[in-house]
Design a protein. Structure first.
Length: 424
């Protein structure tokens, strides 16, 4: 099906302000005051009507084509999209985004039975290795090896499942120099299913928790996109993977974890597990000496409550970095907005028995829950937070879909992180 863009209004018979009209040579999208949004909305509508093949005909700019691609998705079937005639650079960029975005959707939309912690780590390593086979190495720690290595958070959260928790450390080293400095480290939350543990979620709240590994998918795809763009800097990818389930081996409220940096953490909510696994990943990222550390996670419902489902939340003690990330997100058409984070947020989850609790023992972590979670993470980063960015991915998954997005993964955050790597 040929898809054309038109700046003229639709003929009267299609209705006043019609977004779409049919003609002999295909379908026309009539652009309004927000052309990219109109294009994505039109693509979503066409896909919802059962159209699975589209050819972008006539003149399309790069971002117009990507807007169509983002809306032309369904978790029920594969779609085929032929780009408009464009220069080599535009086509290479669109193909790279499509490849990495498709991987995000495949991983995030997979069922919990299909994708366990080890499977996620293996798939991520295979995806990046295939893009740069002679420049990538990796190691996987799993099960009791995590406990022995001192990765207390990943081990505790994942020990209740029959599927072992896993830590992936991947090294993209384009110069293959083992002494080359690490320019950036990416840390992703890879909870492949989150029941909430003993702080159990409702059935409704648990239904989409296969998506709780969205952070791991986004940072992996972002690295992939940066590699396809010609990344020359050394980057570490760290994925913290586990299932948060209930069993006789599961961690419990009242437990106290001791992390490698000596911080003790009382568990007051087993559903605040993402920050526990990220704490390990952030310490490993810090040990790499990376000047830039970015973690991404579907971390809190509080971020969704604050920003809705179309913006990701940005946090950091390095205010210049947070502002740069906001500007990059805007340029990449991936809405993101800063939420408060100050050094005193570290003390917002007090404990009578440990240095800190992992949350507050109230629903949703209480007021400022997203900032308090970021404050918890700030205990585990180097240089008092300089060079560290935390992204709470409120917009990386659409529970039910809407006029712009199909149900499932959106890929929002992938381009932003990839560009920050490009500039590292």
């Amino acid at each position: 099906m040929n898809i054309w863009l038109s700046r003229e209004p639709a003929a009267p018979e299609w209705g006043e302000g019609a977004l779409l009209s049919w003609r002999q040579d295909g379908i026309a999208i009539h652009l309004g005051h927000t052309p990219l949004e109109a294009i994505q909305q039109a693509a979503r509508r066409l896909c919802s009507q059962g159209i699975r093949q589209a050819v972008l005909a006539g003149h399309w700019e790069r971002e117009q084509q990507w807007a169509f691609a983002q809306g032309f998705q369904t978790p029920k079937a594969e779609v085929e999209l032929q780009w408009a005639t464009c220069d080599e650079a535009d086509r290479a960029e669109l193909e790279a985004r499509w490849l990495c975005g498709r991987w995000v959707r495949e991983m995030t939309n997979a069922t919990p039975e299909q994708l366990g912690p080890l499977e996620l780590a293996v798939e991520a390593a295979a995806f990046i290795t295939e893009l740069a086979p002679d420049k990538v190495s990796h190691r996987i720690l799993k099960g009791e090896a995590l406990q022995q290595a001192g990765w207390a958070g990943i081990w505790a959260v994942g020990r209740g499942s029959e599927r072992e928790p896993v830590l992936l450390e991947l090294d993209f080293n384009p110069g293959r120099d083992p002494k080359a400095p690490v320019a950036a480290a990416l840390v992703g939350k890879g909870i492949t299913f989150d029941s909430g543990g003993y702080s159990m979620k409702s059935s409704e709240g648990m239904l989409t928790m296969k998506s709780d590994m969205g952070g791991a998918a986004i940072v992996t795809a972002a690295l992939g996109l940066a590699i396809l763009r010609g990344l020359r800097q050394r980057v570490k990818l760290i994925l913290c993977c586990a299932e948060n389930l209930v069993s006789g081996h599961a961690y419990k409220l009242g437990d106290i974890l001791t992390y490698k940096n000596g911080t003790t953490v009382e568990i007051v909510n087993t559903d605040a597990e993402g920050r526990l696994v990220l704490a390990d990943g952030l310490q490993l990222a810090g040990a790499s000496g990376a000047a830039l550390i970015i973690d991404a996670a579907t971390l809190t419902g509080a971020a969704v409550m604050a920003l809705g489902g179309h913006y990701n939340a940005l946090f950091g003690l390095d205010k210049a970095l947070v502002e740069r990330a906001r500007q990059v997100a805007e340029a990449e058409h991936e809405p993101a907005w800063p939420l408060p984070l100050e050094p005193w947020h570290q003390g917002m989850c007090p404990s009578h028995y440990a240095d800190t609790a992992n949350s507050r023992p109230v629903k949703g972590g209480g007021p400022g829950g997203a900032s308090n979670a970021a404050g918890f993470l700030s205990r585990f980063v180097p240089r008092e937070g300089e060079g560290w960015l935390h992204i709470d991915l409120a917009a990386c998954f659409s529970d039910s879909g809407d006029g712009l997005w199909a149900p499932g993964a959106t890929t929002l955050g992938m381009r932003t992180i990839a560009r920050l790597l490009d500039e590292a």
